[in-house]
Each structure stands twice: as structure tokens, then as C-alpha cells.
Design a protein around this ligand. Structure first.
Ligand code: GLN
Length: 546
């Protein structure tokens, strides 16, 4: 990474979206951050979510997909996962703020009497609180650029206070603030035409609330001809060179390159009066893309979970696997296996083609028996297997039932009255009744036993990974498991909680109480995923040679 050549006061970039949702504001924000970092700047991205929940921790994955976890233990929107995967940044709770949190802060202040008898209103009190949260990151002095992604779509009632706060900030900050508006240019098959009207309307909507976007990024499935882009520029009061298209690409990791080809990074720097010097250093990124492009052989990984019909439910696991496969020079073939539909009659058919299998994290009873059936088959057939969080807990339960002979062994999450509570509620969780933000969350140290698969994978005896759970391996059973061959090879040094279990006499059978997928990035893939995929490839090769 090139060194920062000059210092700039913190600049604020706002990313809004119009026309439809799911346009990929998170990917555009991440791509811009990736390019700015590759130019030597220090960048962070924050996301404002316009819903009332304090954080997405209490939402089920059908609502907004995976819940991401930051190092400091904040349950966050999955876009923060993109931010981290595309860059070197580590996000914290300051990087994801909901309407609920803004209101909670304002109401807390009102109750304390901080407003000195004033009537508390959306403008200025809510908007001031939003502005405070934007500047909070800039004021740390740690960043040259703070990119703020405004969730939702312009025109939504619930986004209005955020848009108003952004308008005020643009007014206060002048060229230190910039607005990138992302819209959609649909192609109408019947008319055989791209249509710019929705974009014009969406920009008009922004202008109605006093915001003139500086840059337009147009999502499209077809190339938008230059004259059409000029027309959009003219109608939308944007300079013609600041209309950039974002065409569908086979992988999101190509987006930074596509954005750079159209000079998005330079346009932003120029508009913010930052000298443009040289080119971003994208060598490591291009190395990854080359590998992704050139891999011809496949590695087939099964993912056993109950949300397999939702493409975003296991987002970080999917991406960590893709990164690991790519660095192992393989194309990832990910096969989703619905745990609710898995039983003894079909387990062989569903799992026998897999080179490796992940048992997914999760909560509650639904689909759990399918995970036990899968684990028994995988253990008995010595297939590389990776259990993550609930997946690790299931590994422990299956082993207790079928190897230790504790027929009703379970987690007290599923069965309060089991006679063998091999997974049990953590002591500090026992008095907690609130659901929001009360799990064991965030990064904790884990000491690894020398010579274990996990220690070898990391090349270290101590790692720090992120957690999100209430239940734990019940230490009273530790002896019992170790004697029968399931080793506790990772432990938290302060609490002695078991964080990693494995079967050393198997090819690769590892369970982690933590979520290693959260820390895996394009330029720094997670070692445990790399090691698991490597083992899957070796198993595949062995099978071929038979
Ligand atoms: N439900 C389990 C617990 O709370 C596992 C959670 C998870 O997989 N993230 O401990």
C-alpha cells in the first residue's frame, strides 16, 4: 500500500440510493473505500439504517440477512461485512447506527434534562444527533475520508431525517462534503430501450429536499451509451464526467476495478479539492482477481443450515469460503443443504459428493436434528467438516450421543431437561432476560494447543476472533470428551471457556465456538477457512485417486 503523500482534513462522502432498494450502495461505498485506501488514504465507512430496532441483532435473517459482528461486539448490518472485506478497516459500533439508536440517545438526553426545557423535535434534535454521529468518526482524527451510506431509498418517509442531516452537513462543510447518488437504469425488453426517467425522478426527489448530488452511479444490466449519460448529466445538474455506470459483473470484487476504469476515485478527489497523484496500488487486489478468474478446478463444499433459501443469511461464510477457495486456486461450488430436509434416508445421497461440509451457526430447535444426522455421517466417513458456533455445539452433542453414549445429550437451548447438558447457558447469561445486545459478543482471545489443526492453520498459539452466542461447551464434560477423542484445543485464557474442539484422528474435523468468517477479507483470508478448503481439496484428490 502506498504511503499517504499529503494530509487532508477529514472529508465526508454520503452515499444515497434511489429508484429501488438492493442496488448495492454497500458495494459501491466499499469499492470507493478500497480505491482510496489503495491511494494511501485512511478511510472508514458507516451505515445509517432507517429502522427503529436499536441494532439488527434481534432481527431474524429473513428480514435483512446475516447479522454481522464487529470486533467491539456490536451486532451490525451485513454491509459492514462488505466494508471490512474490501478494505483494511475494522468497523465498530460507531459504524452502524439505526433510527432506533438515534432516538434512544435523544430520549435519554431529554430524560436527563439536557435540553433545558426545550421542545424536543425531529429538526433540530434528531438531525443534530445524526450529524454528531457522522462527525464522531471524523473527529477521531483517524480518517481522511468518512463515507456514510444512508440505508433505504430516497423518498422513504423514514430516511428523511438522515437526508435532512446530510443536507445540513453539506451546507456546513462545503467541498469537504460530497454526495454520490446511486440509481437504477432499467432496460425495457419490449421497447428494447434503457430508460433514464426513474433516475431523473429520483434526483428530482433529492433536489426537493435541498440536495444536489455531485456524482451519479447508474446501476444497469446493459451498457449506457455516452450520449445517454450526457443527457442524464444535463437533466440532473451533474457534470458529465461524474456520471458513472455500474454494470452487473460476475463478482462483486470486480466493482472497484470497474469504478477505477471510470475514474470514480479521481472524480471524488477532484471534487473535494484533494490533489490526484499517481494511481492506486491495486496489485494485491488484481492478484486475487486473477486467481479467481484463472481457477479451473472446483472444490465442492456443502453448507448445512436452515436458511439455505436466503442468499444473504450466511453471507460472511460464503465470502470467506470463496476467498479460501480462490487462494487455493479452486473455483468454489457451494451446495446448500437444508438441515430440515436431511434425515438418515437421504444423508448419504446429499453429502457423498461433498469435498468438505460446513455446519452453520444458528439459533433454536428448527433443523437441528438434520445437523446431527449430517455430523454422524461426516464423522463416520471422515469427511473434512467445519462446525461454526451452533455447528460446533452440534458437533459436541452428536459426539456425546453417538460416541459417549449419552442418548439424550443436548444443549439446554433445545432441551432444558436433558440429563447430559453438554452445551449449557454461560454463567453470566443466566440472569439476563433482555434479548438485544446481551449475548457474548465481539472479539475474545483464544489460546490454541500446539500441534492442533487450528494452531497449525493459524500458525500461532493465540488468536482473536469474534463471538455471538449465549451457550457454551459445558466444562464439566471436558475430561470425558478428551478421553474419547474429541479434544478441546482452543480456550479463552481468562474464563477457560472452550472455543475450539477437534478430532485429531480425522482428516479435518474442527468446530469453533467463534465465527472466523467475520474476519476473513479479500487481502487477508481467514487461516482456518484456508486450511479447511485445503483439506477438502486433498480429500477430493484422494477420492479421485481411489
Ligand atoms: N444458539 C447458539 C448460542 O446461542 C449458537 C449461536 C450461533 O450459532 N451464533 O450459543
Amino acid at each position: 500500500m502506498s504511503a499517504k503523500l499529503f494530509s487532508v482534513d477529514t472529508k465526508y462522502i454520503f452515499v444515497t440510493g434511489g429508484v429501488v432498494s438492493s442496488l448495492g450502495k454497500g458495494i459501491i461505498s466499499s469499492s470507493l473505500a478500497c480505491l482510496l485506501e489503495a491511494r494511501g488514504f485512511r478511510v472508514t465507512i458507516q451505515k445509517f439504517d432507517p429502522y427503529i430496532n436499536i441494532d439488527p441483532g434481534t432481527l431474524n435473517p429473513y428480514e435483512h440477512g446475516e447479522c454481522y459482528v464487529t470486533v467491539d461486539g456490536h451486532e451490525a448490518d451485513l454491509d459492514l461485512g462488505h466494508y471490512e472485506r474490501f478494505t483494511n478497516m475494522r468497523t465498530t459500533r460507531a459504524n452502524n447506527i439505526t433510527t432506533g439508536r438515534i432516538y434512544q440517545n435523544v430520549i435519554d438526553k431529554e430524560r436527563r434534562g439536557d435540553y433545558l426545557g426545550k421542545t424536543v423535535q425531529i429538526v433540530p434534535h434528531i438531525t443534530d444527533e445524526i450529524k454528531r454521529n457522522v462527525k464522531l468518526l471524523g473527529n477521531t482524527g483517524d480518517y481522511d475520508f468518512v463515507i456514510t451510506e444512508i440505508g433505504g431509498t430516497v423518498g422513504d418517509i423514514e430516511s428523511l431525517p438522515f437526508i435532512e442531516a446530510m443536507r445540513q452537513l453539506q451546507w456546513e462543510l462545503g467541498t469537504d462534503a460530497l454526495c454520490i447518488h446511486l440509481t437504477y437504469v432499467p432496460y425495457l425488453h419490449a421497447a428494447k430501450e434503457l430508460k433514464t426517467k426513474p433516475t431523473q425522478h429520483s434526483v428530482k426527489q433529492l433536489q426537493e429536499v435541498g440536495i444536489r448530488p455531485d456524482v451519479l452511479v447508474l446501476r444497469t444490466e446493459r451498457d449506457i451509451p455516452a450520449p445517454m449519460r450526457r443527457k442524464i448529466a444535463l437533466f440532473c445538474n451533474v457534470s458529465p464526467d461524474a456520471v458513472v455506470q455500474s454494470m452487473d459483473v460476475p463478482t462483486i470484487y470486480q466493482v472497484p476495478v470497474k469504478m477505477h476504469e471510470q475514474h470514480l476515485d479521481e472524480i471524488v478527489l477532484r471534487k473535494m479539492n484533494v490533489p490526484v497523484e499517481g494511481e492506486p496500488d491495486m496489485k494485491p487486489w488484481m492478484h486475487f482477481l486473477d486467481k479467481l478468474d484463472n481457477a479451473t478446478e472446483t472444490v465442492t463444499i456443502g453448507l448445512v443450515g436452515k436458511y439455505v433459501e436466503l442468499q444473504d443469511a450466511y453471507k460472511s461464510i460464503n465470502e470467506a469460503l470463496l476467498q479460501a477457495a480462490t487462494y487455493n486456486d479452486r473455483r468454489l461450488k457451494l451446495v446448500y443443504i437444508h438441515s430440515e430436509k436431511l434425515d438418515e434416508s437421504n444423508v448419504e445421497e446429499k453429502l457423498s459428493g461433498m469435498d468438505g461440509v460446513i455446519i452453520a451457526p444458528g439459533f433454536g430447535q428448527r433443523g437441528i436434528e438434520g445437523k446431527f444426522v449430517a455430523l454422524k455421517w461426516l464423522r463416520e466417513h471422515d469427511v473434512p467438516t467445519f462446525g461454526i458456533c451452533l455447528g460446533m455445539q452440534c458437533m459436541v452433542i452428536e459426539f456425546a450421543r453417538n460416541v459417549l453414549g449419552f442418548a439424550d445429550a443436548n444443549s439446554t437451548e433445545m432441551d432444558l431437561h436433558t440429563s447430559h447438558n453438554v452445551i449449557d447457558l454461560m454463567e453470566e447469561q443466566k440472569s439476563i432476560t433482555d434479548k438485544g445486545g446481551t449475548m457474548r459478543l465481539g472479539a475474545y482471545e483464544c489460546r490454541l494447543v500446539a500441534g492442533s489443526r487450528a494452531a497449525e492453520a493459524y500458525g500461532s498459539g493465540s488468536v482473536s476472533e469474534r463471538h455471538r452466542h449465549r451457550f457454551e461447551f459445558n466444562g464439566e464434560y471436558r475430561e470425558c470428551f478428551e478421553q474419547a477423542g474429541m479434544k478441546c484445543v482452543g480456550e479463552n485464557p481468562a474464563t477457560h471457556l472452550v472455543e475450539v474442539v477437534e478430532l485429531p484422528d480425522h482428516r479435518w474435523f474442527v468446530g469453533t465456538q467463534y465465527h472466523p468468517e467475520y474476519s476473513s477479507t479479500v487481502l487477508s483470508p481467514n487461516p482456518l477457512f484456508l486450511s479447511f478448503v485445503k483439506a477438502a481439496i486433498a480429500y477430493d484428490t484422494e477420492n479421485h485417486d481411489k
